[in-house]
Design a protein around this ligand. Sequence first.
Ligand code: LLP
Length: 380
Amino acid sequence: MTIFPLDNFKELKTPFYYYDLELLKKTLSEVNSASDYPGFKVHYAIKANANPLLLSIIKEAELGIDAVSGGEIRAALEQGFNPAKIVYAGVGKSDEEITLALENEISCLNVESFAELKIIEEIAKSLNKIAPISIRINPNIDAHTHKYITTGLEENKFGIAPDSLEQMITFCSMSDNLDFKGVHFHIGSQILDTKPFELLCDFINRLQESYKQKGIIFRSINVGGGLGIDYENPDQHPIPDFKQYFNIFHENLQLENGQELHFELGRSIVAQCGSLITKVLYVKEGQKKKFAIVDAGMTDLIRPALYQAHHLIQNLTSDGPEEVYDVVGPICESSDVFGTDERLNCVRRGDLFALRSAGAYGEIMASRYNLRALPGCFAK
Ligand code: LLP
């Protein structure tokens, strides 16, 4: 259970992100023990949060990195992550980003189209390098998650159709500058049901079997990320069920001897250790509702406005009787709402609220809209 260091908070300028580093360490140790199967390799999806305070702890736990831009590759290298543990995905890699990846000899480029593969070949040839390649396949599996964060359906822009895989492998095998390592998948995010992951395993087993008959073995399989967290009960479930998650793949996926199985987990590693701390500016008696107007807005945490997400809200500085409030930010947008009809201990100006489970896709997605300052951070 996260205990908030309120004495520290009182001296800090709000809004800011608070990170519970002990919880992050416990989470990582659970990830490492639950994934302790032959060939399993876990990467942290740095898109979820690239705060150096968190990255240094993640590096100590010896995870690799999953990057989706040159900026993320650079952030990982600056933090001292081993390039041999960095994988790089994305539908629109620029020539500069491909060059950066090849020059730094990262472990794999996850390729999302034939057009991209041809450009990587050209750039690798000009640099006299051999590009390590995995091909991202769209398995058409419905992860039943929010439409903005589902990625594995045929209508999504990600990956290639399974039918195009063979010609891309052939292209790799005919090039001196491409090394085909295997296949990559990612079916979506905030997945709480085991079924989509089981379906993914079945899909991969069938794919492997058909390619084995053609004499092609995948040296590496990457199943992406996507494991969800409990946004409503962060203190009851501070650490996701990693045992169950890795076990699904251990039990269902038929790995060949020596084959590597890569994971790219973002949210499940960092979400629960972070909270957005914000101060109440005003309590406003509206015509029909009572509003708690806080100094954080959608610029600091965009998930509620963008995905209709809900982060548990707690009043950290009041134990008065509960009352019902809409919790809103100061931005000039009607979507700048963190919660409607929230039951909170009686709110006064100056109270501090915690918006929980905000460690993933919180600070990193902050913007300067309305020319606001970016949120600060404090870790303990
Ligand atoms: N691998 C790939 C190729 C991805 O696209 C993603 C996330 C991950 C791994 C990590 O997924 P995770 O384990 O975090 O579910 N901003 C949204 C989430 C976007 C996820 C994008 N891709 C949100 O706040 O819910």
